[in-house]
Design a protein around this ligand. Structure first.
Ligand code: NAP
Length: 332
């Protein structure tokens, strides 16, 4: 039986859920793909563990961390076929996520990226490095996770020419917009309510200023259209300026505001951005409730197709990450 050695960098909510699911699904992978998938290493910000013979159940209960076994030290000691990066998203430099991804692709590892910083800043370089090395760089976790995006287009819409993509990619922003419309309140009040209910974090500006959507739409564009966009170069508008009066005006016209990430392909030119748009009751985005997301793809041959749902949770993100792993196993 073939063996596939997997490592995880970053071991917080998502990384630890992936480790658990990997362990639970090991027998399924053997049976379904004839591959023994072993978790051979994990690291967090200050420590790491290498499992010479693969993770055992007891390791999940009481991990035996080695201080300092992270970063370059972890990479130098690691022997893996697949690296799953779930560390912090650093949108200023790419941070250690960028170091992990570059190292993996230069050392013949398949890569599954869940963190977004490195991809949103250096996506073109990373996708090109992967392609030149004949490796996969799979990004479901970094591109709305539980909502299928890149692979939906690459697999389900293979054979189509894509003319446009638009989507609700940030669940928290969608939740707050829904609250604003239903209660007829402005942004500040809705945010305070969402924070009091534990739905929005103390600092939600990354989501509500459109940065999260910008990161996802940038990565989607670079993955699908060979573009060289970065989170800082695409047009971006957030929703913090919206007032109760804006809600009243939209309601009077039967419209619903949405924070939309969009890509347009025209005459071979690709443009992308983030903006608040008001959609009418006929639009599929009108009834995307709660923290759900949605994506509509307009193709020349099949017209418009839509996926929706995919509210975020560490477990859902872990499952989306293992979807990428299963796609690698199908090729193994
Ligand atoms: N949560 C979701 O549902 C979701 C969905 C899609 C994408 N993401 C992305 O996935 C990533 C992880 O999210 P999360 O919710 O799991 O975050 P988290 O709980 O804060 O975990 C982050 C992990 O990264 C580790 N880390 C920080 N610096 C590191 C370094 N230099 N080397 C190795 N590990 C390092 C942290 O180490 P310590 O344990 O030592 O602090 C922690 O284990 C983020 O980039 C996030 O944007 C999350």
């Amino acid at each position: 039986m073939k063996t596939l050695n997997v490592a995880i960098t970053g071991f917080g909510n998502v990384g630890s859920h992936i480790a658990q699911l990997l362990w639970q699904r090991q027998a399924t992978y053997r049976e379904r793909y004839g591959v023994d998938v072993r978790l051979v290493g994990v690291c967090r910000s200050r420590a790491g563990i290498l499992y010479a013979h693969g993770l055992q159940a007891a390791d999940l209960v009481s991990p035996n961390w080695t201080e300092g076994l992270t970063g370059e030290a972890f990479l130098q000691a690691l022997q893996a076929d697949v690296l799953i990066e779930t560390g912090t998203s650093d949108f200023q430099t790419g941070g250690m996520g960028l170091v992990y991804l570059r190292h993996a692709l230069r050392h013949n590892m398949q890569v599954i990226a869940v963190s977004k910083g490195a991809l949103a800043l250096h996506g073109r370089e990373l996708f090109d490095t992967a392609k030149q090395a004949g490796l996969s760089l799979l990004v479901s976790g970094a591109t709305a996770a539980a909502l299928p995006t890149v692979d939906f287009v690459q697999r389900q819409l293979a054979g189509c020419e894509v003319l446009a993509i638009e989507g609700i990619f940030t669940g928290t922003a969608n939740f707050i917009l829904n609250q604003m419309m239903h209660a007829g309140i402005g942004f500040d009040e809705a945010l305070q309510q969402a924070q009091a209910d534990g739905i929005a974090e103390a600092d939600s500006s990354f989501d509500t200023d459109g940065w999260d959507t910008a990161a996802k739409i940038t990565i989607i564009a670079n993955a699908l259209f060979n573009t060289d966009l970065t989170i800082h170069t695409i047009a971006r508008a957030g929703m913090a300026h919206l007032q109760a009066a804006d809600m009243a005006a939209w309601r009077a016209q039967g419209l619903m505001p949405r924070l939309i990430g969009h890509i347009t392909v025209q005459d071979g030119k690709v443009s992308a951005g983030v903006a608040v748009r008001a959609v009418d009751a006929e639009h599929v985005f009108y009834r995307v409730n709660g923290k759900n997301k949605a994506m509509q793809v307009v193709t020349r041959e099949m017209g418009a197709l839509c996926v929706q749902g995919g509210a975020s949770s560490p477990q859902a993100t872990a499952a989306a990450t293992l979807k990428d792993l299963e796609n690698l196993l199908k090729q193994a």
